[in-house]
Design a protein around this ligand. Structure first.
Ligand SMILES: Nc1ncnc2c1ncn2[C@@H]1O[C@H](COP(=O)(O)OP(=O)(O)OP(=O)(O)O)[C@@H](O)[C@H]1O
Length: 674
């Protein structure tokens, strides 16, 4: 870098600003910004980067820039974005910036056609080009391929995943309705697995790996969706501006009067599992008028509908019903799904109070009898059995003369509340498993030669207040980043070295230390949390203290009062911790960590649901993963670790860590414009 040449220097809010070096000191440079002549400032050498001669010129591939650094890369993407060119390459990697509006013709059928069979780089960067490359590589190499879509929440991962699926099924389908079914499955999955968050009105709260399978002629023969870890805490509780899963509101807004009465539905504010979050529907001006007044919450009436060009609860309900029909769900099965959703809502409205007797324990409040009856009826349970199972817990004695004797232990109000919520979470997550299973049955295939897989997991999240959900999601993203580092940075550089190319070594931050901090045996945060759960009196405070004492001088971990943000500095050491992730530091507040880490449903409730009179409900439990958990815990401490399920996911599903493919996967990196 020389005096007088344009450079990118740090800017407190914009990231970088364009300026000129006016003096080179020992370790620091004096920079004069172009737009503020005379106002010089100092910047350290390693934060200043050479800029291109013409900063308004843009390149389709960042690798074609004269200087490739953080400043030029960001500027190139920014200039392109301002011209509605949201896609940019970095060689085989596609960067996508969320435009938050429909760019005309960007995904039109003629655009799909134009990308078919064209090599990367011959047409403007596009997610279609990435899909086509994966397809051509699959044909040439006769090997399955994967596309990894990564980025923070709201960056556009799911939208781009859908574009890939549509591209492949439209371009290389057989013209049978199987192609259409694969695309139709999305509204159903989204209704049950997506929710409004503060970052994204349609946030996927589960990870998925969608495989499109091809026959020996490389034509689409079917698909398969694997899903990972639905966010269960949302079923019972959401923060003020967030919502539960879309299906709850869509059912309340869109169900026919007949279904509404059969399921005893009401407006969202009348259900505990909805009314602590946002109770407004998504609707346009017109569709809002079509929703009957008695279906709207006072909050909706006062503030009006939530607005999003892609969401409309009533319309989406009808579209979802259409999609269900298309993929082969008949009216009975449709009603089965809705029945369980409504059953969960009524279950949440059951309240308990102290018995007042010396034995402790609790009973159902008087006004909950009706809710109990609704819930029992909808889930095919015996009312009295449900009442008893919610307020007592069956235990087998394991010692003494009476070993093996069944005793009923009365539950305190707080324990009964937990049991009720655990049951709601178990029922809903089994229902979600069923929806995914059912979707998979809709595009069956006998044999396939290869597949193209698209991985879309919940993106990196950081809010003012971050809890256990953000911790788990960010841990997954940390693993994905590591995979990216390994496959792209490390292996590519090793290849250059082997081939004797004189390419300068690219330095990158290895995040193994951060991953170890979370998952190391015994001392990792997840194991410390599990240990806390096993204590007779687990406490979030004790958990936070243990983490700090265990990792006092860890580079990646620190106490909240060291945060750059004032709001976190008020969090006490025993109330939280900060992790320095690859994408930035996040302050986690540990309140409810212990509770949220426990996925256990006590045995009496589980047996009750497993023996439901209703075949649909019974089968939900028989076929779901929960049955595995119940074997694991039979006769043991009633604790199933959510955190460790996240950890296992990476070992049980190698697709998430090694992608079971030998050519490097194609990455799509999403960016959000704040
Ligand atoms: N290419 C695009 N064109 C138009 N709008 C888009 C595009 N990509 C994303 N959006 C808009 O941004 C919203 C968020 O995108 P999306 O749901 O794909 O994010 P995500 O990265 O999957 O987030 P999460 O991790 O929370 O699920 C979409 O609902 C849509 O409104």
């Amino acid at each position: 870098m020389e005096d007088g040449k344009p450079v990118w220097a740090p800017h407190p809010t914009d990231g970088f600003q364009l300026g000129m070096i006016v003096d080179i000191g020992a370790g620091a440079l004096t920079i004069e910004p172009f737009n503020r002549k005379g106002k010089t400032f100092l910047a350290s050498m390693n934060q200043v980067f050479p800029a291109e001669e013409d900063v308004n010129k843009h390149m389709e591939d960042n690798c074609s820039l004269m200087y490739l650094n953080e400043g030029t890369l960001l500027n190139n993407v920014r200039v392109r974005y301002s011209k509605d060119k949201i896609y940019t390459y970095v060689a085989n990697i596609l960067i996508a910036v969320n435009p938050y509006y429909d760019i005309p013709k960007l995904y039109a059928p003629e655009t799909i056609k134009s990308y078919q069979g064209r090599s990367l780089g011959t047409l403007p960067p596009h997610v279609y080009a990435i899909a086509d490359k994966a397809y051509r590589d699959m044909r040439v190499l006769k090997m399955s391929q994967s596309i990894i879509v990564s980025g923070e929440s709201g960056a556009g991962k799911t939208e781009n995943t859908k574009f890939v699926l549509r591209y492949l099924t439209t371009s290389y389908g057989t013209g049978q309705d199987i192609d259409e079914r694969i695309v139709q499955a999305n509204p159903l999955l989204e209704a049950f697995g997506n929710a409004k968050t503060v970052r994204n009105n349609n946030s996927s709260r589960f990870g998925k790996f969608v495989e499109i399978h091809f026959n020996e002629k490389s034509k689409v023969v079917g698909g398969f969706v694997s899903h990972y870890l639905l966010e269960k805490s949302r079923i019972c509780m959401q923060s003020k501006e967030e919502r539960n899963y879309h299906i709850f509101y869509r059912l309340c807004a869109g169900a026919s009067e007949d279904i509404r009465q059969r399921l005893h539905l009401d407006s969202p504010d009348s259900f505990r599992y909805l009314n602590r979050g946002c109770t407004r529907y998504f609707a346009s001006k017109d569709t809002d008028k079509q929703i009957m007044q008695n279906r709207k919450s006072p909050e909706h009436v006062k503030l009006g509908a939530l607005k999003d060009p892609l969401l409309d609860d009533q319309g989406d309900f009808n579209r979802m019903c259409g999609a269900m029909k298309k993929i082969g769900l008949d009216d009975t099965e449709k009603l089965d799904l809705f029945r369980v959703v409504a059953g969960v809502l009524h279950l949440g409205n059951i309240d308990f109070e102290e018995t007042g007797s010396t034995s402790g324990g609790c009973i159902l409040m008087n006004q909950s009898s009706q809710k109990l009856a609704y819930c029992a009826d909808l889930l095919g349970l015996d009312q009295e059995d449900l009442r008893v199972s919610l307020t007592t817990r069956v235990m087998l004695t394991t010692a003494g003369g009476a070993k093996g004797t069944v005793i009923k232990v009365p539950l305190r109000v707080e324990q009964a509340n937990n049991a009720r919520d655990a049951m709601a979470k178990a029922v809903y997550s089994c229902l979600f498993d069923h929806v995914v299973r059912r979707v998979n049955q809709c595009f069956p295939f006998k044999t396939s030669s290869n597949f193209i897989g698209v991985l879309d997991i919940a993106g990196f999240e950081y809010f003012e207040h971050n809890s256990f959900e953000q911790f788990c999601i960010n841990y997954c993203n940390e693993k994905l980043q590591q995979f990216f580092n390994e496959r792209i940075l490390k292996e590519e550089q090793e290849l250059y070295q082997r081939e004797g190319l004189g390419v300068n070594e690219v330095h990158y931050v290895d995040n193994q230390d951060c991953i170890d901090l979370v998952e190391a045996k015994l001392v990792g945060i997840l194991d410390i949390l599990d240990e806390e759960n096993r204590l007779p009196q687990p406490s979030d405070h004790h958990f936070a203290n243990t983490i700090h004492s265990q990792h006092k001088d860890h580079f990646r971990l620190t106490v909240p009062r060291k945060s750059k943000l004032a709001v976190h500095r008020n969090v006490r050491d025993d109330e939280g911790f900060i992790v320095r992730h690859f994408a930035g530091a996040v302050c986690y507040e540990t309140i409810q960590f212990v509770e949220k880490n426990n996925d256990a449903l006590h045995m009496s409730l589980e047996s009750l649901v497993c023996e439901s009179k209703d075949k649909f409900v019974r089968e939900l439990f028989e076929n779901s993963n929960n049955s595995k958990d119940s074997k694991q815990k039979a006769g043991k401490l009633s604790f199933i670790s959510v955190g460790n399920k996240f950890k296992q996911m990476h070992t049980e599903h190698p697709s998430l860590t090694s992608c079971h493919i030998s050519p490097p996967p194609v990455f799509v990196y999403g960016l959000c414009v704040p």
